[in-house]
Structures are given as structure tokens and as C-alpha cells.
Write a protein that binds this ligand. Structure first.
Ligand SMILES: Cc1cc2nc3c(=O)[nH]c(=O)nc-3n(C[C@H](O)[C@H](O)[C@H](O)COP(=O)(O)OP(=O)(O)OC[C@H]3O[C@@H](n4cnc5c(N)ncnc54)[C@H](O)[C@@H]3O)c2cc1C
Length: 372
């Protein structure tokens, strides 16, 4: 039996592609090397809670077409991301807004907050003595001043990159927006939320009626013979792996998680708490139930699941999460993309297949705009 498409990877790119292809009357087979479908949005149910196994995922977009599309598969809830930062036991709201400035300095009006920030920025600019900022630390100090940098940016950034802020290039931080209103909503997008019942519902809805196989590695089972079973290949695995790393290996950054069940209904009172001091080894603690349970529902579920997130240096065999956008990797990725363009009947897509970081909504938008 011949398929129109063999789709490698059941993440949001592969699953949305399969959905559209099916609607267009095409036959698809979707394979994934993991034991489950969904790619990085897959959730594992622990104690009745959807646990984001491959990292916390919050859907947000300004694109009504994408929002309507995902809501046509499963309705999204009202989750609004309002992370909190913990610095040496004191809590600050994020993103930087009037609540943060009140907590930091006791200022109550936008004018007082601006005066405080400008005073600290001026100190940093004066310290540079007319030079341009040479590193991330100097850059950040000129953008927001000493208090915000030291309490909310420095340690977190150093843990993320595994390097001191004075060793990181200035260009990593171009802007550090401050909000002069009392608004803890992290995203500026018009729409955000989590699928009611979890991301697996979204994936199941997209893949309904489509043939799927899990625990199947394309390179072991189909690389040499896929043309015998399908006319076209949609490949969302790593682009360098497809070409047998012949130009070299692309670098990745990764994150590791330590997940545990806590015997309390409410551990930290928020889905996301960032730990911004360097001495605490993890960057964030995620309490998964708060993505989907609100009000009394938090207490109706007697336990809770929390994950500590650690920025980890990538080694072979780990999950490739974030592309490393330095000159070496950008050039190598471009060389692979050129090879990919010449590959007949193969569509390379998604974050691994293009070596580009995409949020979920842009991945869906790309597929919705494709001719299938
Ligand atoms: C830690 C983390 C947190 C994130 N948080 C957010 C967020 O809050 N909001 C947001 O909008 N976006 C977030 N994202 C981005 C989001 O994960 C991506 O947009 C989305 O995963 C892209 O889907 P994809 O299909 O390209 O990739 P994936 O979901 O990674 O799917 C690729 C699939 O291909 C499979 N595969 C690879 N190689 C093979 C092979 N050889 N054979 C068979 N199968 C194979 C993999 O097993 C995987 O299932 C986050 C990403 C990360 C890494």
C-alpha cells in the first residue's frame, strides 16, 4: 500500500501537516521514534495532572487564524502566564512591571519608577566612561540599572548559559522592556492558553483517523526504502542527522528536569517560579497543575507535581532543545538547508528539520500556509 506522505515526527509540525493532508484527501503514515506521539508538547499524566514532560509549554499568539484553528481541534483554557521570580527568598513579579518596582523599591507611581530606573541607568552609563558596553553585564546595566540586573537577570542568565555575564556578548540582550503599569501577564499576545484536558488532546485531535507508529526510528526502518511506501517524505527530525552529519554536527542547548510528586495540593501557588540567584542550581520550578486547574480544582486534586529545570550542556543522546545561534552553527545550518532544498520529494520542517527555534504557533502557521 502506498502513502502520499510518510511523516517523520509527530510533533506539532508533523501532526498539523498530517491533519491538513488528510483533509486534502491524502494518505499519511506518521512515525515517531519516541514511545508516544506529540513531540515536545506531549504530557504524561501523574496523579491526575498533565505533566509537561519535555518542558513547560504555554501557547500564545496574535494570529487569529492559528488561534481559531487550534480551538477548532480542542478548546483552550484561560491560563495566563504570570511568572514570579524568587531571589534569595524574596518574591518579585515578572515581567518587569509596576508590581516588580513596588516590590524592589517601594515606588507607587510610574513617575517614581522611571526616576529610580533612570538614576541607576545613569550610574551604569557613567561607569562606562564613554565606551560602548563590552559584554552582557554592561549592556544590561545600561538598559535597566543595577538592582533589576543583579536581582532578576544576572544569576538566571549565568545559569542558562553556564557562563558569567561578563563573558557573554552584549548582543544577547538588545532590549529589556519595562512596563509602567501593574500587569503581570508575561506575553503581549492577544491569545494564550493551554488546551482543555492537555496538549495530548490537541495531538490526538490532529492525528484522528491517521495511521501512526511509535518507537520507530526513521533511520533504522525507512531511510533506505521510504520511496517504496510513500510518494513524499515530511521530515521533522534533525537536519544534520538526515545527511549523516556529513558537513559536521550542529550544536544544541538542552534542559534537564527533576520531577517529583509533592504531598500537598498547592506547592508554590503558581505554575512558574524563576530562581534568579546563581547559588540555587535550577533556573525554574514548574508546578504543572496550575496550567489547567484553577480555584477549587487545585484543592480537589490532593497532590501536586513539580519539576525543577536545570540548564545542561548538550551531549550526544540528550534531547536537542534549542539551536545555538552563533556564527559557526548558523553557517553549518545554512549549508544543510541548501542540501535540504535539493533533496527531491522531501519537505524539511519544524524546529529540528530547519535548525530554527520556533514557538508552537509559528510552527502551526507555517503548516497552515503550505500547499499540501
Ligand atoms: C524546553 C522547551 C520549552 C518550550 N516552551 C514553549 C512555550 O512555552 N510556548 C511555545 O509556543 N513554544 C515552546 N517551545 C517550542 C515548541 O516545543 C516547538 O514549537 C514545537 O515543539 C515544534 O514542533 P516540531 O514538530 O517542530 O518539533 P517536536 O515537537 O520536537 O517534534 C519532532 C518529533 O520528531 C521525532 N523524531 C526526530 N527524529 C526522528 C527519527 N529519526 N525518527 C522518528 N521520529 C523522529 C521526535 O521524536 C519528535 O517527536 C518550547 C520548546 C522547548 C525545547
Amino acid at each position: 500500500m502506498k502513502y502520499d506522505y510518510l511523516i517523520v515526527g509527530s510533533g506539532l509540525f508533523g501532526a498539523t501537516f498530517a491533519y491538513k493532508a488528510k483533509k486534502a484527501g491524502k494518505r499519511c503514515l506518521v512515525i515517531d521514534k519516541r514511545p508516544q506521539l506529540g513531540g515536545n508538547v506531549y504530557c504524561e499524566n501523574i496523579e491526575g495532572i498533565n505533566v509537561h514532560k519535555y518542558g513547560a509549554h504555554i501557547f500564545h499568539t496574535n494570529n487569529k487564524k492559528v488561534w481559531d484553528f487550534v480551538n477548532s481541534i480542542v478548546e483552550f483554557n484561560r491560563y495566563t502566564n504570570c511568572p514570579v521570580a524568587n531571589y534569595k527568598g524574596k518574591l518579585y513579579n515578572l515581567p518587569f512591571n509596576m508590581n516588580t518596582f513596588y516590590q524592589m523599591w517601594g515606588v507607587k507611581t510610574p513617575a517614581e519608577a522611571v526616576a529610580k530606573i533612570e538614576e541607576q541607568k545613569a550610574e551604569a552609563v557613567a561607569a562606562l566612561n564613554g565606551r560602548e558596553p563590552q559584554n552582557l553585564e554592561e549592556q544590561a546595566l545600561t538598559l535597566v540599572g543595577k538592582d533589576i540586573f543583579e536581582k532578576l537577570i544576572k544569576g538566571y542568565t549565568e545559569k542558562q548559559w553556564g557562563r558569567s555575564c561578563t563573558e557573554l556578548p552584549a548582543f544577547i540582550i538588545k532590549r529589556l522592556p519595562v512596563r509602567l503599569i501593574f500587569d503581570n501577564n508575561y506575553f503581549n499576545d492577544k491569545y494564550q492558553g493551554i488546551p482543555e484536558g492537555g496538549y495530548n488532546k490537541l495531538i490526538d485531535g490532529l492525528l484522528e483517523g491517521i495511521e501512526t507508529k511509535t518507537s520507530v526510528d526513521f533511520f533504522k526502518e525507512y531511510k533506505d526504502n521510504w520511496r517504496e511506501i510513500a510518494d513524499k517524505l515530511v521530515y521533522t527530525g534533525a537536519v544534520d542527522e538526515y545527511f549523516d552529519f556529513k558537513l559536521g554536527k550542529l550544536d544544541w542547548r538542552t534542559v534537564s528536569f527533576q520531577t517529583r510528586v509533592e504531598d500537598t495540593p498547592n506547592f508554590q501557588g503558581n505554575a512558574v517560579v524563576n530562581y534568579t540567584e546563581r547559588e540555587v542550581p535550577y533556573t525554574r520550578v514548574i508546578e504543572h497543575k496550575h496550567f489547567e486547574m484553577f480555584g477549587q480544582a487545585v484543592y480537589d486534586c490532593p497532590k501536586t507535581v513539580v519539576s525543577e529545570e536545570y540548564s545542561t550542556e548538550y551531549k550526544d543522546g540528550m534531547e536537542p532543545y534549542y539551536p545555538v545561534n552563533n556564527d559557526k552553527n548558523n553557517a553549518l545550518a545554512e549549508a544543510y538547508r541548501q542540501l535540504a532544498e535539493k533533496e527531491k520529494d522531501v519537505i524539511f520542517g519544524g524546529r529540528l528539520g530547519t535548525y530554527k527555534y520556533y514557538d508552537m504557533a509559528p510552527v502551526i502557521e507555517i503548516v497552515l500556509n503550505m500547499d499540501i
